[in-house]
Design a protein around this ligand. Structure first.
Ligand code: SF4
Length: 332
């Protein structure tokens, strides 16, 4: 996919070093001035079927909202960071639901300001804090465009204490392996059976490359974790996830298997996603099932309790058997 096909930009973004770099890098495609990256009327009025095409657009702006949300899973805070949205098209991506049709990649060029706030928050705290910086996009993919992850890891290494963390579904970690990270960045790789990656996680890295990337990051001294997420209940799901855990047991390095943790997240889905997917990807596997799912308010759906409970027991059993030394942090 040729990316980007067009860049929408806030003029203020070009005053920043990163904005200038992007202007230069993508000088051959049209640049269209916008007032606000949150509201681009010509894109908002597009039909659902234009969704894949919009994934090729890039939006460059200045992040104005810097409000952290508390989080109690791996991190203490979810931090709005250098991007929102993504070029890939996982059919369940919750960003679609949060930003609706604006799930295209938006890059925010004021990274110095965002890093200052993280360092300042840590400095004022009397305990080490963990900041989740990758909850609004995939930073490994973003790094291929901006180099922001390299920049971030090197800056945060200077912090006296605390850590950063982010999940990814991409394998392009080569440029991160030799950085001075001081063990302060927790790298979390998200995995799924290859069949689900191929049919549902459109545009992301294949399973074998994700496993290699996780092994390499662990070898490079980063603390690492594994996300089995989201667990998607398709027809033969127990067979697929059992095979996945077997592959992980075989291919993860002894270092990963002995010193890292696992998070398990069952898929949720929404009315909005269903509407977009049915028009934008009419041939893709349907993810909504009246039989398996139940509403949980505001047009969102999750798997029925009994199914989720059975799924959790099944995964815990398989993991205890095949990856007994990896601690399961939580299942949601
Ligand atoms: S890689 Fe992550 S951010 Fe990108 S579409 Fe998939 S779930 Fe969404």
């Amino acid at each position: 996919m040729a990316f980007p096909d067009i860049v929408y930009y806030e003029p203020g973004a070009l005053e920043f070093e990163l904005g200038k770099m992007l202007r230069e890098k993508y000088s051959l495609v049209p640049w269209v001035e916008i007032e606000n990256h949150n509201n681009i009327p010509e894109l908002r009025s597009n039909s659902n079927s234009a969704f894949p095409q919009m994934k090729r657009h890039l939006v460059v702006g200045v992040r104005k909202s810097h409000k952290y949300s508390e989080n109690h899973k791996v991190s203490d805070y979810l931090v709005p960071y250098t991007s929102s949205g993504c070029i890939a098209s996982c059919l369940y991506c919750y960003l679609v639901c949060t930003y609706n049709k604006c799930a295209y990649l938006r890059l925010f060029v004021n990274r110095e300001q965002m890093m200052r706030k993280i360092l300042e928050t840590q400095r004022k705290s009397d305990r080490p804090l963990c900041f989740e910086i990758g909850s609004n996009s995939d930073l490994v993919l973003e790094n291929m465009i901006t180099g922001n992850l390299i920049w971030t890891i090197e800056r945060f290494a200077e912090s006296e204490k605390g850590s950063l963390t982010f999940p990814t579904k991409f394998h392009m970690v080569e440029s991160l392996l030799t950085l001075r990270h001081c063990g302060k960045v927790i790298f979390r790789m998200s995995v799924n059976p290859q069949e689900i990656i191929r049919t549902i996680e459109l545009g992301t890295s294949p399973l074998d490359k994700r496993i290699d990337a996780l092994n390499s990051m662990c070898e490079a001294g980063y603390p690492v974790g594994l996300l089995i997420a989201p667990v998607v209940i398709v027809e033969n799901w127990k067979k697929l996830y059992s095979e996945l855990i077997e592959i992980l047991a075989e291919k993860l390095s002894p270092k990963v298997k002995s010193g890292s943790f696992i998070e398990i997240i069952f898929m949720t889905y929404s009315y909005v996603q269903n509407a977009i997917n049915s028009e934008a990807y009419p041939n893709a596997s349907p993810l909504f099932s009246r039989e398996l799912m139940t509403g949980r308010g505001r047009g969102k759906y999750c798997y029925k309790d009994s199914l989720r409970k059975d799924g959790e027991e099944f995964l815990r059993r398989e993991l205890a058997l095949k990856l007994p030394n990896m601690k399961i942090l939580y299942v949601v």
